[in-house]
Design a protein around this ligand. Structure first.
Ligand code: S3P
Length: 441
């Protein structure tokens, strides 16, 4: 059977209002933390995408009872700190890097063995970055040439560590903190640059004391999570496609409602503002946020068509916009002048090699660019051609090229798009509702 593809018609305008689906990072964490908490956790606004469903099914295999009265409404019956039990088969994480890496931290201190696997893309991704600090804590963990399957043997004596991350990674930080929660002593994790802090914020909401001082996060082992309510905000990384689409073509503006605007996630707004974008963030007050948002700030984001100029991306903003580079490169391809991104080596080990995949697709569309070891240089153009681009099975590459169609002069065919369902179920209908001419033929 041939793989699903998109056909995106050229041109068009963007407008209206929309609510993007729930945040992927927060949905994964709400399930996992709810699973090991004492008592029940109620999640609303849950992202019913394949990645988070992989986490949900893995927790069920580990003995956690989970009810789902509605698509986006989940009740997790926490089993408490010692309540997980070994699964009878390998745990399949699908395409989800966050799931496999956080589960490594959660399962390494358990008294049973676990094997973690995933789809073709996940089986190629690096896992030693998590296995290394966990081994320093006393975990018995094996990867296959650094990749999954990840085999974890039962451990009893997990010890706290003081660890400096070699790269800014929220997944590694979170895995070490989750193991630290079950370790003897106080674990310290130091980051070379700030990465998303959903784990720290949400552990606080589950009643765990997380100490934060400058670049260091510390957690005392042996604390128990208490079930809570989690109201998941709209995913900024999903909103990002429409923020850029609106910069390119929203003559009358586009309003994105209830988007998570945690400052460790919104680097794209800063980059687009530097490029001259007309973006207005209307933050929600405490009352609108109400209980259960776990100190995750939310806002409505209003975007108008803007004349963009190319920029040199400050390296400090790379971790704060790490998932947004595919669509950022589309914005840059439509900007006046040159754009340069360096210090973004991490993009090579995401769901695809995102630097290579974007360079390849942009070349097809006639955008002058140069692939660099740790980044990409490109020269913006007012319009580009159509053509067939390969998403390499990467959801964010697929959606980024759908946005590119707004400035194309002929249709763009985008191959291998099934994985859009990992993070953004309903992308095509939402995109069409605001004016993108994208369809699944
Ligand atoms: C995520 C962290 C980031 C990000 C990923 C989600 C998370 O990965 O790219 O999509 O939820 O912690 P890294 O930690 O590898 O940077």
């Amino acid at each position: 059977m041939s793989k699903p593809r998109y056909l995106a018609g050229p041109g068009g305008t963007i407008g209206g209002e929309l609510d993007v689906p729930g945040d992927k990072s927060i949905s994964h964490r709400a399930l996992m933390f709810g699973g090991i908490a004492e008592g029940n956790t109620e999640i609303t606004g849950f992202l019913a995408g394949e990645d988070c469903l992989a986490t949900l099914h893995a927790l069920q295999s580990l003995g956690v009872r989970i009810d789902r009265p509605e698509e986006q409404h989940v009740l997790v019956h926490g089993v408490g700190p010692d309540g997980l039990r070994g699964a009878s088969a390998p745990l399949d994480m699908g395409n989800a890097g966050t799931a496999i890496r956080l589960f490594m931290g959660l399962l390494a201190p358990q008294r049973f063995d676990s094997t973690l696997i995933g789809d073709e893309s996940l089986m190629r991704r690096p896992m030693e970055r998590v296995a290394t600090p966990l081994r320093l804590m006393g975990a018995n963990i094996q990867t296959h040439e650094g990749r999954p399957p990840v085999e974890i043997r039962a451990s009893k004596d997990i010890r706290a560590i003081d660890y400096t991350l070699p790269v800014a990674s929220a997944q590694v930080k979170s895995a070490v903190l989750l193991a630290g929660l079950q370790a003897f002593g106080r674990t310290h994790v130091r980051e070379p640059a700030p990465s998303r802090d959903h784990t720290e914020r949400m552990l606080g909401a589950f009643g765990v004391e997380v100490l934060r001082k400058g670049p260091t996060v510390a957690i005392e082992g042996g604390q128990t999570l208490r079930g809570t309510t989690v109201k998941v905000p709209g995913d900024f990384s999903s909103a990002a496609f429409f923020i850029v689409a609106a910069c390119l073509a929203a003559e009358k503006g586009l309003l994105l409602r209830n988007v998570g605007v945690n400052p460790t996630r919104t680097g794209l707004i800063e980059l687009l503002l530097q490029m001259g974008a007309d973006i207005r963030v209307h933050p929600h007050g405490n009352r609108e946020r109400s209980a259960g948002t776990n100190a995750e700030p939310t806002a409505d984001i209003e975007v108008h068509k803007s004349r963009l100029r190319g920029i040199k991306v400050p390296e400090s903003l790379v971790p704060l916009s790490i998932d947004e580079f595919p669509v950022f490169f589309i914005a840059a391809a439509c900007a006046e002048g040159e754009t340069l991104v360096r210090g973004a080596l991490e993009l090579r080990v995401k769901e695809s090699d995102r630097l290579a995949a974007m360079a390849e697709g942009l070349t097809t569309l006639g955008v002058e660019n140069q692939l660099l070891a740790d980044g990409l240089w490109l020269r913006g153009a007012d319009h580009f051609s159509g053509g067939t681009v390969n998403s390499h099975g990467d959801h964010r590459i697929a959606m980024a090229f759908a946005v590119a169609s707004l400035r194309a002069q002929a249709p763009i065919e985008i191959l291998d798009v099934a994985n859009v369902a990992t993070s953004f179920p309903g992308f095509v209908s939402m995109a069409r509702a605001v004016g993108l001419q994208v369809e699944t033929p």
